[in-house]
Design a protein around this ligand. Sequence first.
Ligand SMILES: [Mn+2]
Length: 430
Amino acid sequence: MFQRIDKNLIKEENAKQTGFLNEDYDALANKLARKNIDIEQVTKKAAEFQIAVPSWGTGTGGTRFARFPGVGEPRNIFEKLEDSSVINDLSGCTERVSPHFPWDKVDDFSELKQFSDALDLKWDSINSNTFQDQSGQEHSFKYGSLSNTNKASRDLAIEHNIDCIKWGQELGSKTLTVWVGDGSNHPGQQHFQHAFERYLESMKEIYRALPSDWEMHIEHKMFEPAFYSTIIQDWGSNILAAMELGPQARSLVDLGHHAPNVNIEMIVSRLIQFKKLGGFHFNDSKYGDDDLDSGSLHPYQQFLIFNELVDAEYRKQEGFSPNYMLDQSHNVTDPIESLMNSAASVQRSYVSALLVDRTLLSEYQQNNDAIMASNTLKNAFNIDVSPILAMARLRSGGAIDPIATYRASNHRANVAKARPSSGQSGSGIV
Ligand SMILES: [Mn+2]
């Protein structure tokens, strides 16, 4: 039987560290006060920060080669929600879960909604899956879904996306995220323009089924599973599609879905400017779509992305309300630990970006003082905001040290008996 993390355990674990945290927090408060920053304002914003957890991220991922299942892995959406509640109860910033259909499909969505309500969880963007065939599927997605040359396959993919909207409405979601595996593996295999036309035609049908208060987020990815061309390969194709579809369609940026060394923060700025930034899938990468833990390799890049986001917030940019979500594959860690670490890493980038002196930065930019403009960003990045993050967690009922408290809870061992390995998992790389 699943037990939520015991609030008394969190209190006991926190009590061991509250004294040190207060000392560090006061020291940081003094340091920030010298820069005319009120730490309480920053901590308040840190506590308001939310990032969604993907349902599929709670299971061990795997690679193209193999998957090594973990002990006590969640086997269905209910168990994924149980693990998501552990993450949220300890980290205090992940109250939303993003499901993937049909992986997370249930017969009774009202039962699923009741289950998530009881765990104090809400639903984030609905992800549709047309990159694989379901058993008994009449028309295959082998050669694409929304852009397939076969109309029957396209219609099936459209229907699935419209179903996803309906299921999402039952859960209280307001966003549909569409990523397709469509593309080609051989030069000449596909007529680029005709394939994109078919995709847009299909997307228009889905767009027409979108409730007026919903958004549709389009996710681009330059390769995999198609290795020569993909239908929405980059932010260019993405924003073109979003503009063609209408104001409720926006672009979603998955950090691992670009060519190496691409300036992602600049793409983010462009999307903000044209009111087309829908949201993010946060992760880190060294080579490609590695789906490594957020901030594990390029924390400065993540900070620079948040510098753009906080700048838009600061300027009160019209139509700016992106969804933040993690999208990672955990192969060698306990997914709960990785997701807590990653949520805190993204939250850290947000808080660090709040510390940028924007008046000063603007002056340096105006005067072309490159070194001081750069140092203004670096100065904010170099401040260790850990006490702010820990204080935000403490005040929201979470753990000062989420991983230590998680290990003390023995959650994984507790659920292992109830969750014998099925050898399967609704997790993977998206
Ligand atoms: Mn993604």
